[in-house]
Ligand binder design. Structure first.
Ligand SMILES: Cc1cc2nc3c(=O)[nH]c(=O)nc-3n(C[C@H](O)[C@H](O)[C@H](O)COP(=O)(O)OP(=O)(O)OC[C@H]3O[C@@H](n4cnc5c(N)ncnc54)[C@H](O)[C@@H]3O)c2cc1C
Ligand code: FES
Length: 295
């Protein structure tokens, strides 16, 4: 029989405290968009760095040591191991503290949390991704996942809009993507003014919903729509999708709520009988129809 202390030790080794963050080093900060920086992290423990796995659409709890933690979506794809990427908007206490950090500083990371996108269900289907503003952060994880396993998916569309050309996240990547034949990538900005030193915007001017007019006819019975953006975005994008006769359970939305634990313990993210951190952050529009407080 195991002695008490041995048993304790064995249990402790097996059950990791879910509140304990892993240390990760900032290896790069991309400051291309004001107040929307992309942070690249590498876990300090090489084993975790190599094996850390997640699904597109999941999120991390990022701790700025001595300040606190905030939930942030993964923007990188699990198909590209070694570095995890997040796009962070400067909002309050934690994100401001994160912005004060530099390359080589260390943060804590818990996760991955949440359900993520149902990638297995998307395989063999057409995928229409629609993003507004910072909504591109989780969509980019799915996009890169699909690009790395392109043969597993049918037609792929990305519609992405921002206010100004300077606000488009991952602009260089997406400009290259719009030249690819196997992805239909359409970008739009609401207003284009050309700041000195910035390249001239030759793309479309308008709202992300205007980009629907450039789509070919979609077979909605074999297409999933994956959408993420600011609150107002959902109203108008959902209108367009429903007009195209998308079934409610083929519309996947990534939603945000105030979160603390990320693991279904504190109740902060509860909406009716759902916990956004466990049952979400990805919900179908059908979920939202049955639980209207979701939207
Ligand atoms: C699942 C999930 C994924 C997220 N992904 C990202 C991401 O990829 N990039 C990113 O920049 N941010 C993301 N966020 C939002 C981010 O967690 C909040 O902005 C967070 O509060 C920032 O922490 P802070 O301490 O800097 O701000 P705080 O000091 O906590 O708050 C700043 C302001 O934001 C409000 N606020 C805080 N959280 C939320 C929320 N969830 N919804 C609405 N208002 C809120 C507060 O009321 C306050 O006005 C995500 C949130 C969730 C729940
Ligand atoms: S964040 Fe604590 S229960 Fe969801």
């Amino acid at each position: 029989m195991l002695r008490h202390s041995t048993l304790d030790h064995t249990l402790k080794a097996k059950v990791r405290n879910p509140y304990l963050p892993h240390l990760a080093r900032i290896v790069r900060i991309d400051r291309a968009v004001q107040d929307n920086y992309v942070f690249y992290f590498r876990f300090e423990d090489p084993k975790i760095a190599e094996t850390f796995d997640y699904k597109p659409g999941q999120f991390l709890e990022i701790t700025v040591l001595g300040t606190g933690e905030a939930p942030i979506s993964l923007s990188s794809s699990p198909t590209r191991k070694g570095i995890v990427e997040t796009c962070v908007r400067r909002m309050g206490r934690v994100t401001n503290a994160l912005y004060r950090l530099k390359e080589n500083n260390v943060v804590g990371i818990r996760g991955p949390f949440g359900n993520g996108y149902p990638v297995e269900e998307l395989k063999g289907q057409n995928v229409l991704m629609v993003a507004g503003g910072l909504g591109m952060a989780p969509i980019r994880s799915l996009l890169n996942y699909i690009l790395d396993r392109r043969y597993e998916f049918n037609d792929v569309y990305l519609l992405y809009g921002a206010r100004y050309p300077e606000d488009l996240l991952f602009k260089e990547e997406l400009t290259l993507l719009s030249q690819r034949a196997d992805v239909n990538c359409l970008l739009a900005v609401e207003q284009s003014y050309n700041l000195p030193g910035n390249p001239i915007w030759n793309g479309k001017i308008g709202l992300v919903t205007d980009l629907f007019d450039y789509l070919p006819e979609l077979d909605v019975s074999s297409t999933y729509a994956v959408i993420c953006g600011p609150p107002i975005f959902y109203k108008f994008v959902l209108e367009r999708l429903l007009k195209l006769k998308f079934s409610k359970n083929r519309i996947l939305m990534s939603l945000e709520r105030r979160m603390e634990c990320g693991i279904g313990k504190c109740g902060h993210c509860a909406i009716g009988y759902k916990y956004t951190c466990l049952d979400g952050p990805v919900f179908t529009y059908w979920d939202a129809v049955n639980l209207p407080e979701l939207l």
